[in-house]
Design a protein around this ligand. Structure first.
Ligand code: DGJ
Length: 713
């Protein structure tokens, strides 16, 4: 039995949350508490010992473990005992606790790291596993985090969907047994399901009340969240890399560092949890999260592959006329032996197509410079087509399984480069480096990834290390991105993967924003953005206005509605301006100017989600409020339309009840006829308690409202 001094109580605290571990009489580590910050030190004495913190395979536990190691002698069990812990301040407001544990029979060390972001009430956890056995040990499971909860009931919200239909919000009760959310796509964390969840405790989740634990993994490879309710109705949440086909042979003294798991714990519902994430992300996780984002015109949906120099320069002129900050040249500008005339060839050959761009990219950057507009360019550097010079020269750089035909993706010819190979890493880095060296005027890159890891085989990794592929691919990708960031810290980059398939925090330190989905239909975007906004701030969420008749859904939605939706994220345009009439163009110009005005409020403000599109109320509404509560932007969208339908009034949130606000219609279709609320001065109290009636404002199908609020003395 250990003496009291050898049984420390280890507190990991943020402003509102305590996570408490203690060492049991047997020397093992237990999670005693996770919840509201305790007020009295004496409370700790009354807490139960709790469940073992980081459960191991092979001992007396009968449910899912966090770690499973097979030792040199074939013994598959691990028993971890507490050794020590350290506490240090990473930076003001950020503290780290590291708990070291060791197996009592084998020289295996496990370190649990907890980084607590005080003000944001967010905790980052990861694990380091190492050993001093003679030969490599086999890691079968290696969780980033294990958390225990003991409540009456649990409701899990997961986010699932498909390409162009990402992040549908679905809530379900957790009963006895296991629910797993995971991916096996290799390097695209977020296509069929997203690497994030909301877990409501003691009742379903609500926007502004109730306890909810919200978590996400920072890893663009295969992830796994296991939620297991046991015989005592206790829940364990195990988060980390998906161990599927990823047995890892860990050399002596090598440290296996898991990806980070981030979670926040809110006592005021999902709304507060999302604001915690947004605050933290802008400050610590998203590249340049404190800088406003550019508006842009992308040529993708405007031209697809069908463009030449003259068309691009015309689009630049249109972009200037509309008033956006940047022109983005998308897919289709490269390759000569197999010109990129469609998605079936050319990937990997990163020289300008001479027929399309006889004067090269430099001509376009020059033109952009003259027009005082920034220039951005699309790349997909991790990929090749079987019809490409790259494929012909380096067949060994392609992921492929021996003795099987090569699998192909998009265009039936897309294949994936083997990023475990340092030469391939150099090549991928070179795609960015060459462009930047030749054309330093490029200020933005859209980094696409349209293919999952189709074939599970690397000719670079040794035969007995093929099971490292999923992990090593993503490590290779990170190495490349680190080199890019070190050399080109200013370059703005967008994380895109055939739409939103890579939306995850693991890559956002390298990227300024992500492409939320290839679906630009404003109605469907309301749903998707609702889901994604639970975790990611508007500053990172690219949202574009596209054609009158949407290219994905075929739906026709008025331009104002399309703008009002896109203006709730990082506004961009995906439209062909020459297809717009003068009235629409004039409207677009005003809307873009209005967005630039409210941009700081949207991009840095606190998000309050007012009416969920999932609540079937016929409207959806949200708003952003500055931290000083002197400015806000309010949006409301009519998302269904029936005769005499009841439209609820909407109560605002997050304002100062004692302040008066002047309301301005941001996007009237006819600038001489703003909505009835325009110019009104109303107190925060009335706006939040009485709300505003939308019936007369949202009359027609797809009507919408974007209001600016400005506090007046
Ligand atoms: C998929 C992206 O999501 C689109 O925006 C576009 O860049 C295409 N790829 C280009 O091939």
């Amino acid at each position: 039995m250990l003496k009291a001094a050898d049984k420390p109580v280890i507190k990991i605290s943020t402003e509102n949350v305590d996570l408490i571990y203690r060492v049991g009489d047997n020397g093992r580590l237990y999670q005693s508490y996770l919840g509201k910050r305790l007020n009295h030190a004496t409370d700790i004495a009354h807490l139960p010992q709790g469940s073992e913190a980081y459960l191991t395979h092979g001992m007396e536990d009968y449910f899912e473990p966090a770690i499973h190691i097979v030792h040199n002698d074939g013994n598959p069990s691990t028993l971890l005992k507490y050794v020590s812990h350290t506490r240090n301040q990473v930076s003001p407001g950020v503290d780290e606790v590291v708990i070291t544990m060791q197996d009592d029979k084998y020289p295996v060390t496990v370190k649990l790291h907890y980084v607590a972001y005080q003000k944001e009430n967010l905790i980052k956890t990861f694990t380091e596993i190492s050993h001093r056995e003679k030969k490599p040990v086999q890691l079968h499971k290696y969780a980033s985090s294990m958390l225990h909860l003991n409540r009456a009931n649990y409701f899990l919200t997961e986010f699932s969907g498909d390409w162009a239909s990402e992040a549908h919000v679905k809530e379900q009760p957790l009963e006895f047994g296991k629910k797993t959310i995971d991916t096996k796509l290799g390097a695209r964390a977020n296509m069929f399901c997203s690497p994030f969840f909301q877990l409501a405790l003691d009742g379903k989740s609500e926007e502004n009340q109730g306890e909810v634990l919200v978590g996400t993994l920072g890893w663009t490879g295969n992830f796994s969240f296991v939620f297991e309710v046991d015989n005592k109705n206790e829940l364990r949440v195990i988060s980390g890399i998906n161990p599927y086909a990823s047995e890892y042979s860990l050399k002596p003294n090598e440290i296996f560092r898991t990806p980070d798991f981030y979670f926040t714990y809110s006592f005021k519902g999902k709304g507060q949890a999302s604001r915690n994430f947004h605050d933290w992300a802008r400050k610590y996780q998203v590249k340049d999260g404190n800088q406003t984002r550019m508006t842009l015109l992308n040529n993708w949906e405007a031209t697809y592959f069908d463009f030449d120099e003259a068309k691009l320069v015309k689009l630049m002129d249109d972009a200037v006329e509309l008033g956006v900050d940047m022109f983005l040249l998308d897919d289709g500008w490269f390759a000569n032996k197999y010109p990129r005339s469609g998605d079936h060839q050319g990937l990997g050959d990163w020289d300008e197509t001479a027929d399309k761009l006889p004067h090269g990219i430099g001509y376009l950057t020059e033109a952009a410079k003259k027009k005082s507009i920034k220039f951005g360019i699309w790349i997909e550097p991790e990929m090749s087509n079987t019809k490409s010079e790259l494929f012909e020269k380096h067949p060994d750089w392609i992921l492929k399984i021996d003795n099987r035909p090569l699998s192909t993706g998009r265009g039936k010819t897309q294949v994936v480069l083997d990023l475990t190979n340092p030469k391939v890493q150099d090549f991928v880095f070179g795609v960015v480096d060459n462009l930047m060296t030749n054309y330093p005027e490029i200020s933005y890159m859209k980094w696409d990834d349209n293919c999952s890891l189709l074939d599970y085989g690397s000719s670079y990794l040794p035969k007995n290390k093929q099971s490292h592929l999923y992990i090593e691919y993503n490590r290779g990708l990170q190495k490349v991105l680190q080199r890019i960031r070190a050399k080109y810290p200013e370059l703005v980059m967008q994380l895109c993967a055939g739409g939103g398939a890579r939306v995850n925090y693991g890559l956002l330190p390298y990227f300024d924003e992500f492409w939320t989905s290839d679906d630009t239909d404003a109605l469907q975007r309301i749903y998707m953005q609702w889901g994604v906004s639970g975790f990611f701030p508007a500053i990172a969420m690219a949202s574009h206005v596209s054609a009158d008749k949407n290219h994905q859904t075929g739906r026709r939605i008025p331009l104002k509605f399309r703008f009002d939706v896109a203006m709730s994220g990082r506004l961009g345009m995906e439209i062909q301006p020459k297809d717009m009439n003068d009235v629409d163009k004039a409207f677009a110009k005003r809307a873009i100017a209005a967005y630039k005005d409210i941009r700081p409020v949207v991009q840095f403000g606190d998000l309050y989600r007012l009416v969920s599109p999932y609540d079937n109320k016929g409207v959806s509404s949200l708003m952003y409020v500055t931290s000083e509560k002197n400015k806000a932007v309010f949006y409301a969208y009519k998302i269904s339309h029936f005769i005499n339908m009841v439209i609820p009034k909407v109560c605002m949130n997050g304002l100062d009840p004692s302040k008066n606000y002047r309301l301005v219609d941001l996007t009237p279709v006819d600038s001489s006829k703003p909505c009835d609320l325009n110019g009104k001065i109303i107190s925060g109290k009335i706006l939040m308690e009485e709300g505003i009636a939308l019936k007369s404002l949202l009359k027609s199908e797809y009507s919408s409202l974007a209001l600016q609020l400005q506090a007046v003395d």
